[in-house]
Design a protein. Structure first.
Ligand SMILES: *Cc1c(COP(=O)(O)O)cnc(C)c1O
Length: 225
């Protein structure tokens, strides 16, 4: 199959579905983040040629190779989002590369990001990841700890996040989780909501998703082998 045709078609279809879901719910149309992690370069090229400009990656090093080397000539016209967990020792690289970081979930990382921002001379926008399902294997702030964490960010670090991000537990209906994240953002005075993936972005939109993160529905299944 021709990647260029299929990815351009998938993009058109997904943008239409986002538009329809937003209009139906009477909400603002969210930003589509094209999740390019693990995908081969030919599919990324097809996405770029089709007009995708906002990309999501889950690993700093892979993203550096892709957007700092292979596709570096596009860098200034793109917005890059880190959607995977971040180690403090990669904070400086992440701050230098990404425009938005979706996975702030601990004070040590906030400190590392601000130190990196001082050194690099730019500060990405940040979302706080909330571990709604309180799953051990997932990163994110526990829901009960969010108010205190946010207070610390604001008072101690003068850091104002753009919003909240979640990945609902895989085998549960997503809607109640999206509903809950929307409530948490409202109570916290945060506007951004990073939620919804290939399988459930249309579910997330009526709950006010401002950013949907779509990978496989755009680029095809990821081959991890
Ligand atoms: C991989 C990933 C996505 C995209 O998943 P798809 O189901 O392929 O759309 C979205 N968000 C995060 C955090 C991811 O790791």
């Amino acid at each position: 199959m021709n990647d260029h045709l299929t990815i351009a078609d998938a993009r058109t279809e997904i943008l239409q579905r986002i538009d329809t879901a937003s209009k139906t719910a009477g909400v603002t149309t969210p930003t589509l983040i094209a999740v390019s992690k693990v995908q081969p370069d030919n599919r990324i090229q097809a996405g770029l040629d089709a007009g995708l400009t906002v990309f999501g990656e889950n690993r700093v090093q892979d993203a550096q190779t892709r957007w700092g080397e292979t596709f570096a000539s596009y860098r200034n016209t793109l917005e890059l989002h880190l959607i995977g967990p971040l180690q403090t020792n990669k904070a400086k690289d992440a701050v230098a590369l990404f425009d938005v970081i979706h996975t702030l979930d601990r004070e040590k990382l906030a400190k590392a990001l601000l130190n990196a921002a001082d050194a690099v001379g730019r500060m990405p926008r940040v979302f706080i990841q909330v571990n709604l399902g309180e799953e051990d294997q997932k990163a994110g702030v526990a829901p009960d700890n969010l108010p205190a964490f946010l207070d610390r960010l604001r008072s101690e670090y003068k850091l104002e996040p753009e919003g909240l991000m979640c990945i609902p537990p895989i085998n549960e209906p997503a809607a109640p989780h999206f509903w809950r994240l929307e409530k948490m953002a409202k109570i916290s005075g945060l506007k951004g909501l990073s939620m919804g993936m290939s399988a459930d972005f249309e579910t997330a939109i009526p709950f006010g998703a401002t950013h949907v993160r779509v990978g496989s529905a755009l680029f095809g299944a990821r081959d991890y082998t």
